[in-house]
Ligand binder design. Structure first.
Ligand code: TRP
Length: 330
């Protein structure tokens, strides 16, 4: 049997997971555990560049862990861990920074956006350094592919560059990763029709209780068409979300009702709420019972960290040897 390629990705714990995270990232990532050697981690070091709330960082880290498990991540096959439980990554980040020009980091989209806003001087230097830590995340585990959204591709390319620099200067010791952008994943519209994102405050939380879920679904923005008007399903946010959870026959049926007229957005929202609820009820129950048992979550994270760390220390020893540092103390 061909050995499986290692797929690695990090998830920043910056808020309670929502439908956009689920369809855009969590679901495709979990699917990869069937075909790849899957490594996923909660990027809590990265979250420190913007977060200032320790209680929230702890809580959202556990929420993300519970979300992956509730939705089917198998912690026996996949390795799921918390970034900060493997602090070796900070050392590799240092090694990479020593062979990476400031010019490379100055090309990062996030840094340029801060400059454009006139905020270059007050940007935390950790934010400037963010791509180095992310490269270390990827390279530390010999990752072959990195499943990410399009907005993260530049970061992967920077990781390729950094690995290339170190390899060129000291001889091959880091594996070159490739981004894996899942093109079939659609953009998930939020309540206002823009891309669903915490920064637009237009999200639908993944594991809302049924009543609260029905309530937010009612607030999805639609055009002003009257009940009797024919409607274009492909121009509507309710329909776009429905497509993600309903069966093909249900989707066909709803599209036909839109086009025929006499079917209002209120009806559509009710069907969407039903479909979302049917899809999420069982994972929601698993999620709530996982969150109620933080010590089991912690055990899973520690087991993941132990497996991740063994690989991390091997990689770091290889790099240490190349650059002239002693082996890690055992
Ligand atoms: N920067 C990524 C994001 O904001 C999170 C992340 C951190 C990551 N380290 C990573 C993703 C390593 C992939 C690989 O979404």
């Amino acid at each position: 049997m061909k050995p499986r390629l290692r797929a690695l990705s990090g998830i920043k714990p910056t808020g309670t997971p929502h439908l956009g995270n689920y369809f855009g990232m969590v679901q495709p990532a979990i699917a990869l555990q069937d075909t790849h050697d899957a490594f996923y981690f909660v990027a809590d070091y990265h979250a420190l560049t913007t977060g200032r709330d320790p209680a929230m960082l702890r809580r959202t880290s556990l929420e993300i862990t519970a979300t992956f498990l509730a939705l089917g991540l198998d912690p026996k096959r996949a390795v799921f861990f918390r970034q900060s439980d493997v602090p070796e990554v900070l050392e590799l980040a240092w090694q990479l920074s020593c062979v990476t020009g400031v010019g490379l980091l100055m090309r990062a989209h996030a840094y340029k956006a801060a400059l454009d806003k006139g905020e270059g001087g007050v940007l935390p230097s950790g934010t400037f350094f963010y791509p180095v830590l992310m490269a270390a995340d990827i390279l530390l585990y010999d990752s072959a592919v990195v499943p990410v959204g399009r907005d993260q591709v530049q970061h992967i390319e920077m990781a390729q560059d950094m690995a290339g620099h170190l390899n060129a200067l000291y001889g091959d010791c880091l594996r070159r990763p490739e981004p894996l952008v899942q093109s079939e994943v659609p953009t998930i519209p939020g309540l206002d029709g823009q891309k669903m994102s915490k920064s637009y405050q237009n999200t639908i939380e993944l594991f809302l209780p049924e009543k609260a879920l029905r309530k937010v679904v009612k607030t999805i923005k639609t055009d002003g068409a009257a009940l009797e008007d024919p409607k274009d399903p492909d121009a509507d946010n309710v329909f776009a979300l429905y497509k993600l959870v309903a069966s093909p026959a249900e989707v066909e049926d709803m599209a036909a009702r839109y086009r025929a007229g006499g079917f209002g957005y209120g009806h559509a929202k009710e069907r969407l709420a039903d479909a979302l609820n049917a899809h999420l009820a069982a994972p929601r129950e698993r999620y709530l019972s996982l969150l109620a048992d933080p010590s089991t979550l912690e055990d899973i994270l520690q087991d993941g960290a132990r497996r991740a760390r063994a690989i991390a220390r091997d990689t770091l020893d290889r790099v240490r040897d190349r650059v002239g540092l002693p082996k890690l103390p055992r």
